[in-house]
Design a protein. Structure first.
Length: 197
């Protein structure tokens, strides 16, 4: 490799934990409820891009392709299993905005998966109720985390495909604590890929 091909940078240039951006695309079935920030606030819709601006913590999953052990002549030999176990759910921490718009996005998404009043999958959508087969791609999407350098340029992209929320954290009100309200949500996903930008 020639020196032209090598990345020249100081050994002190290290990645920082606070240099990232989470971007999520609302799944197809919820897009009809999404509105612009200028639209009237309503329990029947949500503002699509509110969540990504208040996320303050997330994790990149551990990647594992475990070994298998075979015994032979009193010793153990290891080889790759060529198998990836399922990923753990990812927890995303965010600060609740003063209109609860970001909380509402995840709440509506979870309510789609199990309606809080009717206790069924998207009970308010007649087309889904009568559908012979409910497809996962209707409620799944891709979450992307961009790792950034010290100048806020995207340098790596982590994609979580076929993702959907599975949990929305509780909120603790307290008259003695005037700090910002924090919450979290967890999402499950099928595949994780990384790519340099």
């Amino acid at each position: 490799m020639s020196t032209v091909d090598q990345a020249i940078q100081s050994v002190f240039n290290k990645s920082r934990k606070d240099k990232f951006l989470l971007v999520l695309t609302i799944p197809k079935i919820l897009r009809d409820s999404a509105v612009s920030t200028q639209a009237a606030r309503s329990s029947n819709n949500f503002i699509e891009n509110t969540l990504q601006f208040s996320v303050y913590g997330s994790v990149i999953p551990e990647i594992s392709v475990p070994e298998v052990v075979a015994g032979h002549s009193g010793q153990s030999f290891k080889a790759s299993s060529h198998n990836r176990p399922p990923f753990e759910n990812i927890r995303v921490e965010f600060t609740v905005d003063n209109q609860f718009n970001n909380y509402w996005v995840v709440y509506k998404w979870l309510n789609l998966l199990n309606n809080d009043k009717q206790s069924s999958y998207e009970a308010e959508n007649e087309e889904l109720i009568t559908s012979p087969r409910l497809r996962p791609e209707q409620y799944q999407t891709t979450f992307t985390i961009y790792g950034k350098d010290e100048f806020d340029n995207n340098v790596i992209q982590f994609d979580y495909t076929k993702a959907f929320p599975v949990k929305l954290g509780g909120i603790s009100y307290n008259y003695r604590d005037p700090s910002e309200m924090q919450s979290y949500f967890e999402f499950a996903f099928a595949q994780f890929t990384a790519e340099l930008v």
